[in-house]
Design a protein around this ligand. Sequence first.
Ligand SMILES: Nc1nc2c(ncn2[C@@H]2O[C@H](COP(=O)(O)OP(=O)(O)OP(=O)(O)O)[C@@H](O)[C@H]2O)c(=O)[nH]1
Ligand SMILES: [Mg+2]
Length: 805
Amino acid sequence: MEKKTIRIALAGNPNCGKTTLFNALTGSNQFVGNWPGVTVEKKEGKLKKHEDVIITDLPGIYSLSPYTLEEVVARNYLINEHPDVILNIVDGTNLERNLYLTTQLTELGIPVVMAINMMDIVKKNDDKINVKELSRELGVTIVEISALKGNGIMDAAEAALQAAKVGRTIPMHTFSGAVEHAIAHIEEAVLHDMPEDQQRWYAIKIFERDDKVLAKLNLSKEVLAHIEKDIQAAEKELDDDAESIITNERYIYIASIIKGCYKKKTAGKLSTSDKIDKVVTNRWLALPIFVVIMFFVYYISVSTVGTWATDWANDGVFGDGWHLFSIGTNDYDEAITKYAEENVWTKPFVVTVDKAVDDEVIGAQDIKDAIQEEDYGAFDEAYGTYGDSLAQAGYDVSTIYDAALGDDAQGVPDPSEFGIWVPGVPVLLNNLLDSIHCSSWLQSLIVDGIVGGVGAVLGFVPQMIVLFLLLAFLEACGYMSRIAFVLDRVFRKFGLSGKSFIPMLIGTGCGVPGIMASRTIENERDRRMTIMTTTFIPCGAKVPIIALIASALFHGAWWVAPSAYFIGIAAIVISGIMLKKTQMFAGEPAPFVMELPAYHMPTVSNLFRSMWERASSFIKKAGTIILLSSIIIWAGSMFGMIDGSFGFSLDMELENSVLGMLGRAICWIFAPLGFGNIKATIATIMGLVAKEEVVGVFGVLDFEGMTQLAAYSFLCFNLLCAPCFAAMGAIKREMNSTKWTTFAIAYQCVFAYAISLVVYQIGSVFVGNANIIGLICAVIVLLFITYMLIKPYKEPVKLGKEVRV
Ligand SMILES: Nc1nc2c(ncn2[C@@H]2O[C@H](COP(=O)(O)OP(=O)(O)OP(=O)(O)O)[C@@H](O)[C@H]2O)c(=O)[nH]1
Ligand SMILES: [Mg+2]
């Protein structure tokens, strides 16, 4: 006979450590964050070393009366799927509030075992819990654990297994006489067919007039009227409404048992968390502190540490190669600078550059600066970006450059002759393919198409790892939940609640889980608005676009990366205010209730797990969808028209290729935004498949010299327009309506177009080449947005309501 599987459900308040315990017991990698509402879907896993034990991680709930979607998920699982045992995780530092749910769980007719978590903190605070007494009072087995440290977790699982086999939990709490009387009547009148141990919970819910339970039982009018008489009798006797009676009696009961078994040492004193909160959630300081912190997060990951690592990945691993431990780098730098001084930076060359600087040719100053500082690296980069445009403007810089550094140049110092040189992947592959006499088209497909495209995307992994680690730290220590609270004050002003911040925060990794996280928002309008605006925040895949533009066109200017983040926030704010004034979204946002968890130092393994969860999906995509589309792009740029007939050529001009023709056919759309060229058009379209593709396209099709303004407009458009297919799919799922999905995506595209238009056309005025028609359009758009921002609300919106638990 097959062994029966045992199902253990993990239930408890939000943020009490269910997922941490789940991960520890099953070896899974589910997301853990220090704020309530991290888990929004139930997750299953097998208990380690027990093939026949399935553990289900549920979203956190405060009670069995659900208000939000994810609370419904948890309750429905417990009631409809009837697990064999409930392992009730209780936050030991917050016993009183957590026991409220416990009293309800014990009424379900399912064996309950309680695990008091966070014992490490309880012990540190020197608080005392009398487990024996509590266990006797509640009638459940209790195990003390620390899910984070891994203490006692196996004991908890074993206790649950034991209870599943033999245990029965009998609710110890009785309500006052009048209520019990009504409950008994209800059980008799409508529930006698039900298994006896489930009757009590249903009876209490009917007494509370829970509409979901009433709908499910589908009672006849007469029966309902009969029950209603009993309920009203109790209400009259106790002078309160049924639901409040139940809630109050539960709290009184909990208070009475807790008095005897819980001694809090720190009661009344300000904890360290409270002290920190006095500063970081301070009315005036909170937002500036947040801005500074976010600025550093993006600055460190995109501009400093991250750039260094990404340069290494792009130029080293996926480029020519690199010096192991930088051995030989200095010698090479000296040699190449000396070589450049003697052969490149000669008088005629410098004079030409100076002339271009005087004539204010874009990029000339960068080249001049690099020469003056004798910085070959900066020179190489600046020349690579602007060399062509200088030449096109009639400044002959290329003759000398090509003679000294071109393909046929002799005597150029070779980095591989210094120190310990590790050749890059493309170099190694080329050598390998040459040695086996691979045909040239296949070699081009492998090296330029696949390695070029996938490598361009993978090259940004180091940067992303730094970013995700920093964000994981802010999340895990508890700071991010403060931000939700702080931003609630701001978000409320334009019709979103602080709860919308959590989806946006998760969206910094990937928009798909971000959009899904909007389920914690109970109000339908707020939820739709959040879904529509969440993807404005740069997700992980957009970081490479930002980094590429920042480094290739702005020479790693410090402000580009943080500005992308703030553009995202501004887009959310502006959209919120504008949409709120339409009929569709009018009305006040739901009050924000969120608990602020205590700060704590995250474990290194948790940080890495959270970082890895986000980074790995990025890498996986590189291996699948990016690989496929790199091949398509490569083919699209190699097939095309040669001398009037269709064919394949490794020297195909982009203009004549299939891709080029496609880009040309639609690039007019983007002309008013300043990037109506073929490459940028193709990149933008491919970005709808996956945002990584934008960089992938430039990886395969090298960067075309764009002006800084056009590049910034390109960046804005790609940050704000419709997300990738995967995220659009998530929008469709969460909106659950084609009409709303279409509206959301159309809104995003139109908004992106409008902002880029304003950036480019108004920016052009400052650069001194304004286009009159474009400018007029941009001004109209700007006026419209301003009008929408200052126009009064349709109905008075009460602002500034704050709720804090
Ligand atoms: N000090 C300490 N922290 C813990 C312990 N268990 C969990 N945590 C932390 O508590 C926070 C919440 O943990 P989660 O496992 O995400 O909580 P959850 O119950 O799944 O939360 P929701 O999914 O929102 O319902 C995280 O920051 C954990 O690192 C513990 O035993 N001790
Ligand atoms: Mg969880």
